[in-house]
Write a protein that binds this ligand. Structure first.
Ligand code: BES
Ligand code: MN
Ligand code: ZN
Length: 535
């Protein structure tokens, strides 16, 4: 789906549907924008009959839609002023789709933006198939118009996502074009900018979804590396470095090597450096952010083998790697004020004859030793090396993203990611970005008292905590051993990386969770400045 902005007078002439925002008022549903829809040739009453609406089950609640279909032969009473121009009023008129936004007073702040994302998604799902549809922003928005249009674009574009690479035969049609419009011409220009930005962010989210949804035997470490090497090849702001299995051994990445031993696919370490063309400088230097993503292209559990059902979704275990690279992709396209490095350790976790065994001890990049008691706790082993490398670069902050623990699903479910950090301000910045972007996180503590949960009899630490106790925290406490003194935040997306149903702007399967949050941070000048002052 192509998503763009247009003024009310520049709407395409081949609109299938016009979405009219509707607030839930004390006297029933109230259209929040009308004139524009008339201009587009849609049929919009100035007032809605509350009794009739209620009979249709439409109250204007967020997420509700109600369609008016024009009579097939009916044509516009007004000359169409769209792309077709006046005189082309024999075109079929677009349907009107009332789109519920809830109470006008509630359409504020980050929650208001989320309401718009969901409303745009409901609109796109209601329209279904077609050439073009326009969604109007409400009049007198109490939100930043660009941010509102961005939210509509993101919600609309993502609701149109389907993974069909491996479907043959007839596929259901889709909406080809979504136009975001504001009624006032000056607002429409601002909205168009927001819509373009939202469409670009959605493109990177959908790339992440595609990579995660791809079958695991196709999305090997080597294939993953090739995709990004090609994608960034002609971009002079990106430099890509790939370490193969020999270099990984030379560089003493013992965690990554240990996990890869049971697989016939060789591991890779991918590093992408983004140097912005117009960076900001604070105290004479450019802020530097390192992103680290877990890239287990398939997690069988290794010798501590998972159950068949436990393995079904384990192609998702490279979602962290996909997320950080796709966020970097979007941030570079939209313009980032800071230097960003993405580091992704990539390997399968398999139980081959040379696999790491429970009881083995691995030596990570920073020299610390880890006793592997459960080969299924492999994410922390590959991240140990990647975080060590990240810390060696002495950046202003490190953020890692990983489908790390089943325990985070128990704690926070599928809607909220776990956030653990060694720095309160960084944690607050990540939380705030998540709230703005509509990707919620919730911080869990890193209590020193629980460090003993990962004490080992034979090595510096073991790779699992105590059965049934604070599994997400135990994993993060291990990661903390590898970031040194660098401000660091960890996002555990084991629950949020996949959706079990197609709902709102999610499709069943990969969600691309984290791309929007990280893109928000990576393009924020405020964040870039606070990175350096953190010191
Ligand atoms: N990749 C899994 C975590 C996971 C679980 C992701 C469910 C998505 C959905 C991770 O490698 C894992 O297996 N973790 C173990 C750790 C345990 C053995 C200490 C877990 O959480 O059970
Ligand atoms: Mn595992
Ligand atoms: Zn895993």
């Amino acid at each position: 789906m192509k998503v763009e902005g247009a003024s009310a007078y520049g709407l395409p002439g081949d609109l299938e549907a016009v979405g009219v925002p509707v607030f839930q008022g004390p006297e029933g549903p109230q259209p929040a924008s009308g004139v524009t829809a008339d201009i587009a040739g849609a049929d919009v009453p100035d007032v809605l009959d509350p009794v009739w609406c209620r009979r249709q089950g439409f109250t204007g609640k967020p997420g509700q839609t109600l369609v008016f279909h024009p009579v097939a032969s009916a044509t516009s009473r007004l000359p169409l002023l769209g792309a077709g121009g006046p005189g082309t009023d024999d075109r079929p008129r677009p349907s009107t789709v009332l789109v519920g936004l809830g109470e006008a007073d509630a359409l504020v702040g980050d929650q208001g933006l989320e309401t718009l994302r969901r409303a745009a998604a409901a609109f796109v799902r209601t329209v279904g198939e077609g050439t073009a549809a326009a969604l109007l922003l409400p009049r007198q928005l109490r939100l930043d118009v660009a941010a509102a249009a961005q939210a509509v674009a993101v919600g609309g574009a993502l609701a149109g996502y389907r993974f069909e690479t491996h479907k043959t035969g007839e596929r259901p049609g889709r909406l080809a074009r979504l136009v975001v419009t504001a009624e006032a011409p000056a607002e429409a220009v601002v909205a168009a900018g927001g819509a373009v930005r939202g469409a670009r962010i959605a493109e990177s989210v959908m790339l992440a979804r595609d990579l995660v949804n791809e079958p695991p035997s196709r999305m090997t470490p080597q294939r993953f590396v090739e995709i990004f090497t090609r994608r960034f090849r002609d971009d002079p702001t990106m430099s890509v470095e790939v370490w193969d299995e020999h270099r990984i051994a030379e560089e003493r990445l013992g965690g990554l090597l240990g996990v890869s031993r049971g697989s016939s696919q060789p591991p890779r370490m991918l590093r992408v450096e983004h140097t912005p063309p117009t960076p900001i400088e604070v105290d004479g230097r450019v802020p530097h952010l390192v992103l680290v993503g877990k890239g287990i292209t398939f997690d069988s559990g290794g010798l501590s083998l998972k159950t068949p059902s436990g393995m079904e979704t384990m192609k998702t275990d490279m979602a962290g790697a996909a997320t950080v690279l796709c966020a970097l992709d979007a941030a570079a396209a939209l313009g980032s004020p800071m230097r960003i490095t993405a580091l992704t350790p990539l390997t399968e976790n398999m139980p081959g004859g040379r696999a790491t065994k429970p009881g083995d001890v691995l030596v990570a990049r920073n020299g610390k030793t880890i006793e592997v008691l459960n080969t299924d706790a492999e994410g922390r082993l590959v991240l140990a090396d990647a975080l060590s490398l990240a810390a060696e670069a002495e950046p202003d902050a490190i953020i890692d993203v990983a489908t790390l623990t089943g325990a985070v699903v128990v704690a926070l479910g599928n809607e909220i990611a776990g956030l653990l950090a060694n720095d309160d301000r960084l944690a607050d910045d990540v939380s705030a970005a998540g709230s703005r972007a509509g990707e919620r996180v919730w911080r869990l503590p890193l209590p020193e008292e629980y460090r003993s949960h990962i004490d080992s009899d034979v090595a510096d630490m073991r790779n699992m905590g105590r059965a049934g106790q604070a599994g997400t925290i135990a994993a993060a406490l291990l990661l903390a051993e590898f970031v040194g003194v660098v401000p660091w935040a960890h996002l555990d997306i084991a629950g949020t990386g996949r959706s079990s149903e197609s709902t709102r702007y999610l499709a069943k399967g990969a969600t691309g969770f984290g791309v929007r949050l990280l893109t928000d941070l990576a393009t924020s000048e405020t964040f870039a400045r606070s990175l350096v002052r953190r010191g």
